[in-house]
Design a protein around this ligand. Structure first.
Ligand code: PGA
Length: 252
């Protein structure tokens, strides 16, 4: 269902006590917001998921993982399955983040399997897509994003697809301080919604939450979220500072 969503991707940051303090600061801050206009998802490192789930119980905040295995169980040293996440009451999982694609060689085929495994275990994917700077400069950005979405998601049934959140994250904007302009982001979000409409129909497309990610911060979130096809953000750096993350949540 289409919702405004602000998701914090903590990546590989914070010790346990720092993570616990950040989680508590965010929850305290959220308590003071009368009616948050967005659903909030926090994606801490896997080791801290249990702490996160315990702290958000009785609050509207959801906990997400940053990655999971495509395999069900067995001899996959170091991996975590969707079933394990489900058993820990984790509700979302970021899949296909460009850092996973770049540093851990994740490809569309593998991601399609991860998406399937997540959905089979009632974990809602936050599926990331986005182009490199060179691809944008070559005018190929729409094609790149189209391929990523078609290859990893378009085998799903409409019912399955309706549980997927899409995050458009231009790689050149991630962690660089260079944000896509609201117009550049909106143009791609509109394109993505059109793609979804072409495959699943307008009703499904209108119900899909499409988040923007890439140097989205307390200062620029307002302008980005004002665009009709931008339903919130996947926030990296700015989600590590409680006040900034709370300001972003209030930016609708
Ligand atoms: P950033 O990261 O906000 O630090 O640019 C976003 C992301 O990678 O999800």
């Amino acid at each position: 269902m289409r919702k405004n969503i602000v998701a914090g991707n903590w990546k590989m940051n914070k010790t346990f006590s720092e993570a616990e303090a950040l989680m508590c600061d965010i929850l305290d801050g959220l308590d003071k917001i009368n009616e948050p206009l967005a659903d909030v998802i926090i994606c801490p490192p896997a080791l801290y998921l249990e702490m996160g789930v315990d702290l958000v119980r009785e609050t509207p905040v959801c906990i997400g993982a940053q990655n999971m295995s495509q395999f069900v169980s067995g001899a996959y040293t170091g991996e975590i399955s969707a079933g394990m996440l489900q058993s820990m009451e984790v509700q979302y999982c970021i899949l296909g983040h460009s850092e996973r694609r770049k540093y851990f060689a994740e490809n569309d085929e593998q991601l399609a399997k991860k998406v399937d495994s997540a959905l089979a275990n009632d974990i809602w994917p936050i599926f990331c897509c986005g182009e490199e700077l060179a691809e944008r400069e070559a005018g190929n950005h729409f094609n790149v994003v189209k391929g990523q979405i078609e290859n990893a998601l378009f085998h799903l049934t409409p019912e399955q697809f309706s549980n997927v959140v899409i995050a458009y994250e231009p790689i050149w904007a991630i962690g660089t301080g260079v944000t896509a302009s609201p117009e550049q982001a909106e143009e791609m979000h509109e394109f993505i919604r059109g793609l979804v409409a072409g495959k699943y129909g307008k009703a499904v497309a209108d119900e899909t939450s499409i988040l923007y990610g890439g140097s989205c911060n307390a200062k620029n979130a307002n302008e980005l979220f004002a665009k009709p096809d931008i339903d919130g953000g996947l926030i990296g750096g700015a989600s590590l500072v409680a006040d900034d993350f709370l300001t972003i949540i209030k930016s609708f």
